[in-house]
Design a protein around this ligand. Structure first.
Ligand code: TYM
Length: 328
């Protein structure tokens, strides 16, 4: 069975972009893969976090993982900082990567641009991500498009180490959704939907009330020509709505367009509101049941133990290849 690893940062309520780009894949893959899903709190602290909020968000993401259908009997769910191998391998890989390649990462440029003082963690963040993946001999990494460059870097580092020290790491592949890989902001379809955008109507959070879902979608930016067609370049707003519709319903955009009788963008939006509310309802219900349960803590502790049992022999192999420590 192929091994899958992916992670999500506990930095706020997850949104439709996270769900359609990554989380939906997590659920699909667990049926016939060995899946490991992480809550990456060591990544979250690359920017300042309020400790109380961070702890809350860790448990929120864990509960959301289960609420969307990740089954802890099939998949491992755990918190990154509970497995020491991530930080240890992160350091070893830092010593095998270059500041040049790291400063070329688009996300680093976006997050550090215009700032006088930039945290070192922001620069080395993709190396920690490479460590997360390589620590488990991962074959497949399901993510959204915005992580493509980080997966390429992970592959480069793995190949570099393998060439220098002999076969050490499995070289992983990214896995991307057809219609959900890049969900754009509702208020600005030129930027991706994100947890941190100021306008709350730029995104749909997985726990949004029905009234909020309706407001955000009905206000979504479109264009003035009134024609409903899929054309991301010239009609990014309408195309984003069609994309979301397609990813949520499992129908292709062509199928959706062939069967519609909309008279304008308002009708498309109303239907999308209904489709979104229906898809989010069970997630919210499940979340309420799980979030404050003792089971959640049990799942995370058990997940950390299982993750560590896979990571430790890989770390032993890495230390051995590099000649670190003493041989027992
Ligand atoms: P994060 O927490 O920003 O996002 C979690 C996942 O959601 C995807 N995503 C999107 N997909 C489509 N449209 C969007 N607008 C959108 N926004 C976010 C992301 O691509 C991601 O798959 N660096 C990662 C976390 C990470 C990781 C890893 C992932 C750390 N270590 C190892 C995989 C493997 C991140 O910041 O994701």
């Amino acid at each position: 069975m192929k091994r899958v690893f992916s992670g999500v940062q506990p930095t706020g309520n997850l949104h439709l972009g996270n769900y359609l780009g990554a989380l939906k894949q997590f659920v699909e893959l667990q049926e016939d893969h060995e899946c490991i899903y992480c809550i990456v709190d060591e990544h979250a602290i690359t920017v300042p976090q309020d400790p109380e909020q961070l702890r809350k968000h860790i448990l929120d993401v864990a509960a959301l993982y289960m609420a969307i259908g990740i089954d802890p009997k099939k998949s491992i769910i755990f918190v990154q900082s509970q497995v020491p191998g991530h930080a240890e391998l992160g350091w070893i890989l830092c010593c095998n990567s270059y500041t040049g390649e790291l400063s070329r990462m688009t996300q680093f440029k976006a997050k550090s641009g215009g700032k006088e003082s930039v945290g070192t963690g922001l620069l080395t963040y993709p190396v920690l991500m490479a460590a997360d993946i390589l620590l488990y001999d991962t074959d497949i990494v399901p993510v959204g498009n915005d992580q493509k460059q980080h997966i390429e870097l992970t592959r480069d580092i793995a190949i570099r180490v393998n060439n220098k020290y002999g076969d050490t790491f499995v070289v992983p592949d990214g896995r991307f959704m057809k219609s959900g890989a890049r969900i754009m902001a509702l208020d600005d379809p030129e930027s991706k939907m994100s947890k941190s955008a100021e306008n709350e109507h730029s995104r749909i959070s997985l726990l949004d009330e029905d009234s909020k879902i309706k407001k955000s979608i009905m206000r979504a930016t479109t264009d003035s020509d009134g024609e409903i067609r899929f054309d991301p370049e010239n009609k990014p707003g309408v195309s984003n709505l069609l994309n979301i519709y397609s990813a949520l319903s499992g129908k292709t955009v062509d199928e959706i367009l062939a069967n519609q009788q909309w008279r304008g963008y308002g009708d498309l939006k109303k239907e999308l509101v209904a489709v979104t509310q229906e898809a989010m309802a069970p997630i919210k219900r499940n979340f309420e049941e799980i979030r404050y349960s003792e089971e959640l803590i049990r799942v995370l502790n058990d997940g950390a133990e299982r993750a560590n049992a896979i990571a430790e022999p890989v770390m032993a192999r890495v230390r051995d290849r590099f000649g670190m420590g003493i041989k027992l």
